[in-house]
Design a protein around this ligand. Structure first.
Ligand SMILES: C[S@@+](CC[C@H](N)C(=O)[O-])C[C@H]1O[C@@H](n2cnc3c(N)ncnc32)[C@H](O)[C@@H]1O
Length: 233
């Protein structure tokens, strides 16, 4: 398969070990998990994880009893994912949102977590998701909220006046696709303030992190709100 239109994600690709800690910090606060289960619970279902990265969440869904197809375009990340859970019967597949190596009408749940589906520009991937989703299936994209929480404050500081980041345009795009937006409060709980700082530094420019830490002092946790965009097939 020709894959020439994916974009390397520097936070995870350059720092997979720290990104793993970021996922663990997020997982310690179970509120997002609970909200996702209400949207589309996965045990016994076929779940597609689009842009699975190193497979942190794919593995969890498989351990909970889902049949998981995990798709990732970055070969280095895919290799890490394959090494993570060789025994669970997950299908680790090289592909992208625009090129899903999955038959039509095949999955009950399509899931994309901080991957590719950031609003305008994601039309080709969404067409692919609609193709592979079974009638009655559910697509859920997990993105950051720009409105609430410490993480949103960091995002706004990081983009400054960059008009290419327009949360209202993102919301309008999802509405045009027929998606429902669900806001979920959550948080990161790191194991130490040092660890939280390491995680922040793979996500944000140094001066944004410096300003945040100058305001807050050393902290091992932060509040984080998620925007879920849900499309029912
Ligand atoms: C921030 S990471 C999130 C990884 C994983 N979903 C997680 O939450 O741990 C974004 C992922 O999207 C992948 N990606 C980049 N372009 C993509 C595309 N066109 N289609 C699907 N995934 C893509 C990156 O390689 C990376 O693994």
């Amino acid at each position: 398969m020709r894959l020439d239109d994916w974009v390397r994600a520097p936070n995870i690709s350059g720092n997979p070990a720290i990104y793993e800690r970021e996922n663990l910090a997020l997982a310690r606060d179970g509120r997002l998990d609970l909200a996702l289960r209400e949207v589309a619970d996965w045990p016994g279902r076929t779940l597609l994880d689009v842009g699975c990265g190193t497979g942190f969440w794919s593995e969890r869904y498989a351990r909970d009893g889902a049949t998981v197809l995990a798709v990732e375009p970055d070969p280095a990340l895919l290799a890490l994912a394959q090494a993570r859970a060789a025994d669970l019967g997950l299908s680790w597949l090289r592909g992208s949102a625009e090129h899903l190596p999955v038959p039509s009408d095949h999955v009950d749940i399509a899931h994309a977590r901080f991957a590719y589906f950031f609003g305008p520009g994601a039309e080709r991937g969404l067409a692919e998701v609609r193709r592979v989703l079974r009638p009655g299936g559910t697509f859920v994209a997990i993105d950051n909220s720009w409105r609430r929480g410490d993480f949103a404050e960091l995002l706004r500081d990081a983009v400054g006046g960059n008009a290419s980041m327009d949360p209202a345009a993102t919301d309008a795009w999802w509405r045009d696709q027929g998606a429902q937006r669900i806001d979920v409060d959550g948080g990161w709980r790191a194991t130490s303030a040092d660890e939280l700082e390491q995680i922040l530094r793979i996500e944000f420019p140094g001066d944004t992190v410096d300003r945040f830490l100058a305001r807050r002092g050393p902290v091992d946790r932060l509040s984080y709100a998620f925007a879920l965009f849900v499309i029912r097939g």
